[in-house]
Ligand binder design. Structure first.
Ligand code: SF4
Ligand code: SF4
Length: 196
């Protein structure tokens, strides 16, 4: 794909993520889809609390990739075969590395997205101040079911949803119709202060 096409595609994904959240990660990315499917296997998963480690770890990985490229003209991205993985090319060396990530997906929710993916880092940053998100309304009874089921610890009332992969688990378990909505802030979100 020509460079201009790749840049336009990336910009489009960035704009979409700012407006609507990480719909690319949750609904289009083939690697995300594979990990999501494997996460369905009913095995005890490592707690969602690893968010405090995974986010800085992914940022550190990104910094190392960037430094290797800028200082030594080495593409760790290519050496690891990340491109092959995104193209689901399992005929290369990358199959060994990514088989490990896929196996880990059974025990940890989306390990590649949360610990390694450079696009994930970028989309996480732009979706944090984004427009449309899953938000609680004044109908919420604070039962905490959404928080319990969220695999990435993003379902608390004030979470910015930067790590929300739009899996829909929170919506599925919410017992109150209209308590949790996918909306802009002014339509759906009522702050606890306003409620009291
Ligand atoms: S459970 Fe809800 S908040 Fe958590 S990742 Fe899924 S959609 Fe996002
Ligand atoms: S599951 Fe629904 S009612 Fe319960 S805390 Fe979450 S949004 Fe509120």
């Amino acid at each position: 794909m020509p460079v201009a096409g790749m840049i336009s595609g990336l910009l489009l994904i960035i704009v979409i993520s700012f407006l609507f959240g990480r719909v690319f990660c949750g609904n289009i990315c083939p690697i995300g889809a594979l990990q999501e499917i494997l996460s369905i296997i009913p095995v005890h998963k490592t707690g969602s609390s690893i968010k405090k480690y995974s986010v800085p770890f992914r940022a550190a990985v990104f910094a190392v990739f960037l430094a290797a490229g800028l200082l030594f003209s080495i593409s760790l991205f290519d050496i690891m075969g990340v491109k092959d993985f995104f193209h689901l090319n399992f005929a290369s060396f990358s199959v060994l590395i990514f088989s490990a990530f896929l196996a880990a997906s059974v025990f940890i929710y989306r390990p590649f997205c949360r610990f390694i993916c450079p696009y994930g880092l970028l989309l996480s940053l732009v979706s944090a101040p984004g427009i449309y998100k899953f938000r609680r309304t004044d109908k919420c009874i604070e039962c905490g079911k959404c928080e319990k089921v969220c695999p990435v610890d993003e379902a608390k009332r004030d979470d910015n949803k930067s790590e929300c992969y739009m899996c829909g688990r929170c919506m599925e378990v919410c017992p109150v119709s209209g308590a949790l909505v996918y909306s802009r802030k002014k339509e759906g979100f009522i702050s606890p202060e306003k409620k009291n």
